[in-house]
Design a binder for this molecule. Structure first.
Ligand code: ZN
Length: 488
């Protein structure tokens, strides 16, 4: 790659000021006070990341050009200019990305990670055909701890390569999902999914409660894995199971993940059964609260949105899934106006997306909002990046620790290369990131101060083995679907 003169001088300047810090630090916000400029008085940190730009996504949208982030013990110590931080901190390692913009790690608010093994198993079908002819049989015959671990590792490799640092998940055997997340080093909110019919890891409500309680206990206090309860949806879970899930979540102060108002058919079923909308039904039984993260919300009406805002429910918007499954267009502009924190999600890859690309999620969310409101000013680039970072974190009630680059928060960040033809020239960083950058432009993914993707390889996983295992599972699943059904 050709290094421009400006980039070369950035590298030299940054390296020089990191090696021999002399300058005053007046331009370094959040910096501890400094009595002397001698190297012995420098505050030791683990890592200093320096780049052409640091985009903080904090309350005042500060941008440092050039910028740097100092990290110690997995937390951000300071954000500022490279010269300012170099005058204060002595890092054990320096990560220089002179062609890149550093920003908070992306937050995917809705996935079913293990379903990565079913990517492309069946596409372009009506939802019920897709579910009953392909997904349910494939899951019924194959979903096991091994399946879940292999699928989640595949998803983690895809996500860290693309700059996602945190995700919310709903599936089965979530303790095995958690092991995969822990191995990869990502951050996640993992919801053990309950349905009113037998699923691969539990057959009735009593078992759901017992195994989810054990899951919540096992992962309690983990720095990056947050165990959660995930009743599937108001039309697939009874009042009894919804309330049992709520009570368990409250007991463990855990999040509650659920699909709400995804399809018109769901809306119809709930209206016929309860005479109201899914959101109002959940409110009437006392389910809604700040720990709830609702996925989709495609068919929310104005009263539903007021209600979700009042109860501080977070919303996960999945534009590509909603388009691909022809679910409809979620009223996201109105939802945000009503005061709901709206994050972006990909949904699972088995037919409803088919990837975990948050850059596409931003791009599609923006264009869908514009064409559906016939207003090109709807959801501008900065708002879309906000939804993929700090607002997604707020929807998941994690904004006290992630979503922006600020002193005290966890060091979850990514770098995006701006040195390519498609990301040049840069008139506006938000526009470049949202409308032009691709996940293949991510050259650094860090969670809690640890590099998971360095632009060349996934550092925590044997990616070649993860891919080989996924291929082995594809063959196993194909064979299981071709085999005659087992006698009942
Ligand atoms: Zn989903």
């Amino acid at each position: 790659m050709k290094v421009s003169r400006a980039v070369a001088s950035f590298v030299l300047a940054t390296a020089a000021c990191l090696a021999a810090p002399q300058a005053a630090a007046a331009d370094a916000p959040h910096a501890p006070s400094k009595k002397s400029s001698s190297s012995s008085s420098l505050f030791p940190v683990d890592t200093l990341v320096a780049a052409a730009h640091v985009l903080t996504m904090d309350g005042t949208d500060r941008v440092f050009s050039p910028g740097a982030v100092a990290i110690k013990g997995g937390r951000i110590v300071a954000v500022g200019t490279p010269s300012g931080l170099a005058a204060l901190y002595s890092p054990k390692q320096k990560i220089l990305r002179p062609n890149a913009v550093v920003l908070p790690g992306l937050v995917n608010t809705h996935t079913h990670a293990a379903m990565n093994l079913l990517r492309g198993i069946a596409d372009d079908l009506p939802l019920m055909d897709w579910l009953t002819k392909y997904i349910f049989p494939a899951e019924g015959k194959n979903v096991s701890p091994g399946f879940v671990k292999a699928g989640t590792l595949l998803a983690c490799a895809e996500m860290v390569r693309g700059g996602t640092t945190t995700f919310a998940d709903m599936y089965y055997f979530e303790s095995d999902v958690a092991s995969a997340v822990d191995q990869c080093g990502m951050r996640a909110v993992l919801g053990e999914t309950w349905l009113d019919f037998p699923v691969p890891d539990h057959k009735d409500l009593a078992e759901s409660i017992t195994m989810t309680r054990a899951f919540l206990e096992k992962w309690k206090g983990h720095p990056r894995v947050i165990a959660a309860v995930a009743p599937h949806a108001p039309f697939t879970n009874s009042k009894e199971s919804l309330l049992a899930a709520r009570d368990l979540a409250l007991e463990f102060k855990a999040p509650l993940l659920i699909h709400v108002s995804e399809t018109k058919d769901e809306q119809k079923q709930i209206t016929e059964k309860y005479g109201t909308t899914p959101a109002k039904w959940l409110e009437s039984i006392g389910f809604l609260g700040p720990n709830v993260l609702a996925a989709h919300g495609v068919w929310l009406d104005a009263d539903d949105m007021r209600l979700l805002a009042e109860r501080r429910v977070g919303l996960a918007h999945n534009p590509e899934s909603n388009m691909k499954l022809a679910s409809g267009i979620a009223p996201i502009v109105a939802a945000r106006k009503a005061g709901i924190a709206v994050g972006l999600g990909t949904d699972g890859v088995a037919g409803s997306n088919n990837d975990l690309d948050m850059w596409e999620a931003m791009d599609f969310a923006g264009k869908l909002a514009k064409v559906s409101t016939m207003d090109p000013t709807a959801l501008p680039a900065k708002d879309l990046l906000r939804m993929a970072t700090i607002e997604g974190a707020r929807a998941m009630k994690l904004d006290d620790r992630i979503g922006s680059l600020e002193a005290g928060k966890r060091a979850d960040l990514v770098a995006v290369d701006l040195g390519k033809a498609r990301t040049h020239p840069v008139w506006d960083l938000y526009s470049t990131l949202v409308y032009a950058a691709k996940e293949s432009d991510v050259t650094l993914t860090m969670v809690e101060g640890r590099v998971l993707w360095n632009g060349t390889r996934v550092t925590t996983l044997d990616e070649a083995k993860v891919i080989r295992d996924a291929e082995d599972w594809r063959k196993k699943i194909a064979a299981s679907l071709a085999a005659p059904a087992a006698p009942k």
